[in-house]
Design a protein around this ligand. Sequence first.
Ligand SMILES: [Zn+2]
Ligand SMILES: [Zn+2]
Length: 288
Amino acid sequence: MRVHILGSGSEGNATVLESAQQRILIDAGFGVRNLAQRLKSVGIEPESISALIVTHEHQDHVRGAGAAARRWNLPVYATAGTLKSKPTGDVGRGTGESAMPVSVAIEPTAGRKKKRIVKHVVDTRTEVQLDDFTIRFIRAPHDAREPVSLIATVKSTGERVGIAYDIGHITERFISHFTEVDVLLVESNHDEAMLRTGPYPWSLKQRVAGPNGHLSNAECGLMAKACVHRGLRHLVLCHLSKVNNKPDMALRAMRSALKGTGFRGSLQAAPQDRALTLGGVAQMELAL
Ligand SMILES: [Zn+2]
Ligand SMILES: [Zn+2]
């Protein structure tokens, strides 16, 4: 299995999960042209993707969803709340985001030439069965209508990927879902001191740090520490704030949180402006 994180942060999130038999896209938070370029940069033909899973309706997760689904014939899987919602700005993006045109939404706009998008409603009680992936959804505490985190299992190999970003706080119950994954993508949004002393208005600081906002580096460390096990091969810090965080700070906080846990996998921070591939040939050879 390979995981291509096409970019992560408040300006856009999208990840391709790739098994020997199937490729699926998790979130499409970049405009469709940008998304196509990022896919090209990791050697993926957009038409080879067979499904789009959307975690919630914030623009940094759905910006290109409608256009990508139509252009590449992707069925969309999302919760009823997400499918019903118009795209909104993510927590911490201020008000500018809401000015994005609704035509990029998952919901098709009126117009005879618009191709219909096949939509599948998912929930946290049932698993979604795709050709070579099983997807389990976990309700995420976040300022959206019905947001989810997820665990994807490759049917042919049993490999598991956990994706947990845009979560305001962690609970033992939430963490318990992510304790046996091979790859964990987890949010490390902000440094608490940088957020506190940074330029955001007070109300926005409260929302970002609040129970339905985003995980801080320290909270991310607690989550990762609780999830570490011998089989965890890749830990990737995602959704880093450009304003309230720095990759080296997030990585330092995580290294310190992982001390004494015996974690022996790779630790990286996902960039916003380019793709990051996990499980490539070189990394698989190293793992042997
Ligand atoms: Zn987001
Ligand atoms: Zn969000």
